[in-house]
Structure formats: C-alpha cells, structure tokens
Write a protein that binds this ligand. Structure first.
Ligand SMILES: [Cu+2]
Length: 388
C-alpha cells in the first residue's frame, strides 16, 4: 500500500481530489442519462412490439433539444472550472524568495536531490528528499542528456511531473503533514523502472534547520557512519544498477569486493569509458559514463575498498591498545602507520599469527600475543592496516 495516500499530504491535494470526484459524479450522471433511455427504448420498441405502419418520423422537439444541449454544456463548464482551478494551483510557482529550491535528477534507475549551499558552503546531496513542514518547495527537475524520460510522481501529494533529458521542468509543493511519502517513476523507463523509488520525508522546521546547517548525511542520523564514498555511490544512482552487499546482479555486475579484483585505474576507466571493458555476460551501452571529480573518485575508491570490517577487528582485538595507526607514536609496539610501504602482506599475516618470529628492532619478543583469526578476518584486518 502507498504510504500516506489517504492523508492529502500537500496543500493542493484536496483540490485535485475534488476535481476528480466532480468528474466521477458527472461521468456517472451522463453515462446513466444516455445508456438508461437507450436500454429502455430498445426494450420498449423491440421488433416483436412494433408494426411497420406504426412508425412515425419525428422531425423536431425544441424543448428536448434545448434540455440536452444546455444541461450538459453547463456540466462541462463546471468540470472545466474544477479541472482548471486545481491545475492552476499545481502550476503556479510560489515566490522564489520564500521557497526552498531543490534540484532533482531522475536517471536510470534512481532519484537524486541537491540542496542549496548552507551558510558554511556545504551542499547536501541525498537519495531521499527531506523538506520542512509548511514550507514552499520548488523542484527543478531534469535527467542526464543521454538518459530517457522519467516522471516524478508523489501519489500522496496528487502531484506528477515529467523529467526530461536536457530540459528543466518545475514542480512545487507545500506539505502541511509530517510523514514519509512514496515517490515513484510514472514513465516506463526500462528494466528497473518499477524499482525507481524514493521518498519525501516531511520533517519539523527545527529538524530541517539543524540538518541543513550540519554536514550530516540525513536528518536525525546519529552521525554519518556512512562514508562520503557511499554518498557518491548512492547520489549518482550506482546502487540502482549495482549491488554492493551480495553477489546479486541488478542490471550491472555486483561490485562486492571489486577493489580486490581490480586496481583503481580499471575502476576509473569503468566509470569514464564504460564501454571499454565489458565483463562477460553484460552488454555495452547500458551503463552511462560518469565524470566524477578527483575527490569524489577517491572517496568512491575508499568506499569500494571498505575497511569497516577490518577496523572493527582491529578495535575488538585490542590492537589499538599497543599500536598507533594514525600517527608515528610508539605505544607498546611499533606504529602501524604506512606499514604497507615496509612490509609485505605475508609478513603482516605472520606478524599477527606468530609475533615472536620476526621482531622489529628496538622491541622485544613475548609481548604481543598471537592472534588466531580466520583467513577472511585476516584478510580484512590486513586490508585495514594497509589502507592506513
Ligand atoms: Cu524512470
């Protein structure tokens, strides 16, 4: 079921519903007044009841003709009034000064939102839309030039507008009810069309302001445990086509463990020239080219080279009690910062499994305990140490 559909969650939703109901009632009245008499006369003058000599040629009936012209005409004008006035409410943009402008990108197969810069110059980008209650919001929507048509549809707001490559379409709204409302794509746009979903979260003004002036990823987030790289991944819609958590194929191949398979250059090329190397079983021309900034690229690579697991192992096994990793200070054991420049993977693994084998100069054996980790854990731990 659509979330919040019953709540008429935008100021103009009631107008749109009223136009719909007037339309529905008039349609039923007109349908019955045409089909009803037709059925009645078809029955009354059925072939077995009428003799040829009884048939009269009626030429004219002024009263009847005026009635069936004037009444439907008035009804059509009433319909026009409701349709036009609700459309005007949707199409008349509010004053920009008193509104929040937000850009919307619709692309195969995800939605992305970019907010104005806050006082510190920080620009929020999200994959769900966050707006304050009782505030006019103006959406400027577009799709990348090499993409296809989409349509931004919010059923609970009774609002829908096309999103067109290379053109900016606008839609405004003001929501007087807190809540979370579904956004769908209402223009068939290919394989993952029905998964092109997002949400509008209407939150209190205070929550919005607090978030807007912060660098937090989402309002109310404890703090972004989510990295900048994951943001890049989601706001560019990579997650619409690539799984990161498991091996499932969405449209493109799963990118789980991608940085173990390929080097940074290969990944960069895969983004800028997606049709250069095509992995087996996939076809060219599906993945659009992306032009990320150097910073975004390096955050993305960090995200692919995910070291969360390793960091957890490092902390939980108490390595941090004896080794610094962010600077060169010596705690009990040597600092592990930049250790990958000095030591091979095998050396590091041995040093953790059998610490007394090779003892670095200035330290003594018998202090570091041996750790029995599984191969997978060892791999994650070494990856984390090496990334530092
Ligand atoms: Cu779409």
């Amino acid at each position: 079921m659509l979330e919040g559909f019953d709540s008429q969650a935008a100021t103009f939703a009631a107008d749109v519903d009223q136009a719909l109901y007037v339309n529905l009632v008039f349609s039923i009245v007109l349908f019955i007044s045409v089909i009803g008499p037709m059925l009645f006369f078809a029955w009354k003058y059925r072939a077995s009841k009428v003799k040829n000599e009884d048939i009269e040629n009626v030429v004219h009936h002024t009263g009847l003709e005026i009635t069936w012209t004037v009444i439907p005409t008035i009804m059509m004008f009433v319909l026009f009034y409701y349709g036009y006035s609700s459309m005007r409410a949707l199409r008349t943009m509010p004053d920009v000064q008193t509104s929040i402008p937000i850009s919307v990108i619709g692309q195969k197969w995800s939605w992305g939102y970019t907010y104005p810069a806050n006082a510190n110059g920080y620009v929020h980008k999200t994959s769900e839309l966050y707006v304050p209650i009782d505030k006019n919001i103006i959406l400027s929507m577009t799709a990348p030039i090499n993409d296809v048509l989409h349509s931004f549809f919010v059923p609970a707001f009774r609002m829908k507008e096309d999103v067109v490559p290379g053109r900016i379409t606008k839609q405004w709204f003001n929501s007087p009810t807190l809540g979370s409302y579904d956004i769908e794509c209402a223009e068939f746009c290919g394989t993952r069309h029905s998964y092109m979903l997002s949400k509008i979260n209407v939150i209190s003004k205070a929550d919005y302001e607090a978030w807007f002036n912060s660098e937090k990823r989402t309002p109310g987030a404890e703090d972004s445990k989510v990295s900048k790289g994951q943001d890049v991944f989601e706001t560019n819609g990579c997650n619409g086509c690539h799984s990161m958590n498991d091996d499932s194929i969405i449209v493109g191949p799963s990118l789980k463990g991608i940085s173990d398979k390929y080097d940074a250059q290969y990944i960069k090329d895969a983004l800028t020239k997606p049709d250069k190397d095509i992995p087996e079983g996939f076809s060219a021309g599906v993945m659009p080219a992306f032009n990320l900034s150097d910073e975004e690229m390096s955050e993305l690579l960090k995200f692919f080279n995910n070291t969360d697991k390793g960091e957890e192992l490092y902390m939980n096994n108490g390595c941090n009690g004896c080794h610094s990793i962010d600077d060169d200070s010596v705690l009990v054991g040597p600092s592990l910062k930049n250790i990958s420049e000095k030591r091979s993977d095998t050396y590091l693994k041995d040093a953790i499994k059998a610490p007394n084998k090779d003892v670095p100069e200035g330290f003594s054996a018998g202090i570091m305990p041996a750790f029995a980790l599984s191969d997978a854990e060892m791999k994650e731990l070494v990856k984390y140490i090496k990334a530092k």
